[in-house]
Design a protein around this ligand. Structure first.
Ligand code: GLU
Length: 597
C-alpha cells in the first residue's frame, strides 16, 4: 500500500512538468475502491409558514468541519457564518488542503432578495514579484523547488474573505464563528487517514519535515503523524483567538504578519513578501458570472477563476446532443465541450484587474453555438477560438499559450442554512501542504505557482503571467444553480486543480441531463478533457465502458485511477433537500429539518 501510494503521489508531481498535466491526483482510498457516497435527504412534512421549509444542510470535506457548520447553523447562523466555522476547522484537521495560510472563493445565494454574490479571497503576489521569478538560466524551476520556495507564497486571502462575507451576510457575532475551531485546536482531534497518508507518502518529495514549525508539528520526534493520533494545535488556537477578538486586521499586521514574512523570506529561494504587501491585501466583492442554460441559471466564480467554464461547457454540450442521445453520446459531447472550453480558458483567463478577459464574448450564445458547430477532431490538440472575430468585434488579444499545472491541494463545501441562504466555497493552499512553510500555527500557500511560470522574453506574455501584486488564475469553480424563478436549485463544486471545472460540470450535467441522483452524479467516473488526452476514471463504473467508447471514437484516452475530486453537492427538490459527499475523500453531510428542532 505504501508503495502504491508513493507511486500515485509521484505520478501527480511528475505530471506537473508535462505540457498538459495528467489529471491524476492522490486519494486516501485505494485506486479502484468505490466506497459509498455519504448522503443525506431532508424531507419537508412540516406545515411551516417560512419561505424556506427545508431546514439546513452542510456537505463538507471532513466530519469535524461538517459538525462545526451544523453547530453554527443550529444557533441560527447564516450559511456564511457556518462557512467560516467549517473552514477554520478544515484548516486544523485538513491542513494539506486549505487553511488560514491560503485563499479561495465564495459564492453566496441570499434567499430574501434572490441575489447571488461572489467574494474573491485569492492570494496576491508581492509588489516585488517578477515575471521570470520561476525561471533560472532560461529554464523553469522544478515544480517542488518552486512550490516550496518563498517566491510561491502569496498574501493569504482567507481571513479577509471571511471578513468581507461576514460583514455582508453574517448573523452571528464575528467572534462566535471561530469558537468551534478554537475549541477543537485546544482540546485536540484525531488525525485522519488522508492527512497521515500524505505525511508519509509525500515525505520524500517535500521539505515539510525540515521547515521550522512544520517539522515539529507534522513529524513529532522525527516521525510522521499516523491516522488515529490525537493532535492539538494551541498556536493555531491563539491565532484564531486574536482574529476573533481583535478582528481581521490582527492577521494582516503585527505578530501574525511578521511570522508570515519571516517564513517567506527564509532560505531556500526566499520570496520578497513584506509587511506592506500583507497590510495592502484586499478581498474583493465582484459580480458572480451567471449565464443561462436551459431554464436554469448557472452562477459561479468569475476571473481570476474559471467558474465561467460551467456555463461554456453546458451550452456547448447542448449544441452537440439531443434529448434522446444515448448516455455514451452525451459523454462524448461532454468531452468535446470541455476540450473547447478549457482551450479558451487556458488562453484568455487571468487576473481581471490586470488583463482584459473577454468574458462576455466567450459566453455569447452565437460564439458558443459556433464552438459547438466546429468541434476539434478527436485526436487533435484543441485550440482556443477567437470570439472577437466570430462575433465581428475585432480581434482577440495575443497571449502566450499557457498550460500551467495546478496540482491538487484544496477543499470544497456546500451549505444551505435554515432560511434557504446558501454558500458554495472552494478554499486552497494550492498543492498538498502549500509551500510547506509554517507561520503562527498554519502552513502557507504556494498559490503563486498557479501563474504561468514559464517566461520567454521572445514570446508574448501569457494572460496569466506573474505580475506584481496580481492574482494568479484559478480553476476553482464554486457554483450555485438557480431555477427559472431564481430560487435555489443546486450548490456544487470540487477541489482538484485543473480538473475542477470537469468535476463540477459532471455534477450539473449528471443531475440535470443524465437523470442521476446526487450520489450517482458524484460517483460517476471523472472525465477530464483538457488538452489532447482525455482522462477517464476507470475505477468507477461505467469508466471502462466510457474509456473504450471514446477510444473507438478516436480520442487519446488515458485511464486514470486516483482521481482527487471532492465534490460536495446539495440539490433542492420540490419537497426536500438531497446532499452528497464525495467517496474519494472524507466528507460528510449533516442536515436538520424544521420538525427536528
Ligand atoms: N490552486 C488551484 C486553483 O486555484 C487549486 C488546486 C486544487 O484544487 O487542489 O485552481
Amino acid at each position: 500500500m505504501r508503495y502504491l501510494f508513493s507511486f500515485v503521489v509521484l505520478s501527480l508531481f511528475m505530471a506537473c512538468s508535462e505540457p498538459v498535466p495528467s489529471s491524476s491526483g492522490t486519494n486516501p482510498a485505494s485506486p479502484g475502491q468505490t466506497p459509498a457516497v455519504e448522503t443525506a435527504s431532508v424531507r419537508d412534512d412540516s406545515s411551516t409558514d417560512s419561505d424556506w421549509p427545508f431546514g439546513y444542510m452542510a456537505a463538507v470535506a471532513n466530519p469535524y468541519a461538517t459538525e462545526a457548520a451544523a453547530e453554527i447553523l443550529a444557533q441560527g447562523g447564516h450559511a456564511v457564518d457556518a462557512a467560516i466555522a467549517a473552514h477554520t476547522v478544515l484548516g486544523l484537521v485538513e491542513p494539506e488542503s486549505s487553511g488560514l495560510g491560503g485563499g479561495g472563493f465564495m459564492v453566496v445565494y441570499q434567499q430574501d432578495d434572490k441575489q447571488v454574490k461572489f467574494y474573491d479571497g485569492r492570494e496576491t503576489a508581492p509588489a516585488g514579484a517578477t515575471i521570470d521569478m520561476f525561471m533560472r538560466d532560461g529554464s523553469e524551476l522544478g515544480f517542488f523547488e518552486a512550490k516550496e520556495s518563498g517566491r510561491a507564497v502569496g498574501v493569504p486571502g482567507a481571513v479577509a474573505l471571511y471578513k468581507l462575507a461576514h460583514d455582508a451576510h453574517g448573523k452571528l457575532p464575528w467572534a462566535a464563528v471561530f469558537q468551534p475551531a478554537i475549541r477543537l485546536a485546544n482540546e485536540g482531534f484525531v488525525v485522519t487517514g488522508k492527512m497521515a497518508n500524505f505525511l508519509s507518502g509525500f515525505r520524500q518529495y517535500t521539505m515539510l519535515d525540515e521547515f521550522e514549525g512544520s517539522a515539529e508539528y507534522f513529524y513529532p520526534g522525527g516521525e510522521p503523524l499516523q491516522a488515529g493520533d490525537f493532535l492539538r494545535n494551541p498556536e493555531y488556537a491563539a491565532t484564531l483567538t486574536r482574529v476573533a477578538e481583535e478582528g481581521a486586521q490582527a492577521f494582516y499586521s503585527g505578530e501574525i504578519a511578521e511570522a508570515i514574512v519571516t517564513a517567506v523570506q527564509a532560505e531556500p529561494n526566499p520570496g520578497t513578501l513584506t509587511m506592506e504587501d500583507i497590510a495592502n491585501y484586499q478581498a474583493v466583492a465582484r459580480d458572480a458570472v451567471c449565464g443561462d442554460w436551459r431554464e436554469l441559471q448557472i452562477c459561479s466564480a468569475t476571473p481570476p477563476s474559471s467558474g465561467a467554464m460551467q456555463i461554456m461547457v453546458a451550452n456547448i454540450y447542448d449544441g452537440l446532443v439531443t434529448e434522446d442521445s444515448p448516455l455514451m453520446e452525451k459523454v462524448q459531447a461532454f468531452v468535446d465541450a470541455q476540450r473547447l472550453a478549457y482551450a479558451d480558458r487556458d488562453y484568455y483567463f487571468g487576473d481581471p484587474d490586470r488583463v482584459d478577459v473577454p468574458l462576455e464574448q466567450l459566453l455569447n450564445t452565437d460564439y458558443l453555438n459556433y464552438r459547438s458547430e466546429n468541434p476539434i477532431p478527436p485526436a487533435d490538440m484543441p485550440t482556443h477560438g477567437d470570439p472577437a472575430a466570430i462575433l465581428g468585434n475585432g480581434t482577440a488579444a495575443v497571449w502566450m499559450e499557457d498550460s500551467t499545472a495546478e496540482p491538487a491541494g484544496t477543499t470544497h463545501y456546500s451549505i444551505v442554512d435554515d432560511d434557504g441562504n446558501a454558500v458554495s466555497v472552494t478554499m486552497t493552499v494550492e498543492s498538498i501542504f502549500g509551500s510547506a512553510r509554517w507561520a503562527a500555527g498554519f502552513v502557507l500557500n504556494n498559490q503563486l505557482t498557479d501563474f504561468a511560470r514559464v517566461y520567454d522574453p521572445d514570446e508574448p506574455e501569457a494572460a496569466n503571467a506573474v505580475r506584481p501584486s496580481a492574482r494568479p488564475r484559478s480553476s476553482m469553480s464554486p457554483t450555485i444553480v438557480l431555477d427559472s424563478n431564481d430560487d435555489l436549485y443546486m450548490v456544487t463544486g470540487s477541489p482538484g486543480g485543473n480538473s475542477i471545472p470537469a468535476y463540477t460540470a459532471k455534477t450539473i450535467l449528471g443531475i440535470v441531463d443524465w437523470n442521476l441522483s446526487v450520489a450517482e452524479a458524484i460517483s460517476f467516473p471523472n472525465i477530464i478533457a483538457r488538452g489532447q488526452a482525455v482522462h477517464v476514471e476507470t475505477g468507477m463504473q461505467p469508466g471502462a465502458e466510457v474509456a473504450s467508447y471514446l477510444q473507438e471514437a478516436g480520442y487519446v484516452v488515458e485511464e486514470s485511477q486516483g482521481e482527487n475530486s471532492g465534490l460536495h453537492v446539495i440539490l433542492v427538490h420540490e419537497d426536500r433537500l438531497e446532499g452528497g459527499a464525495d467517496p474519494r475523500r472524507e466528507g460528510t453531510v449533516l442536515a436538520r429539518t424544521p420538525q427536528d428542532q
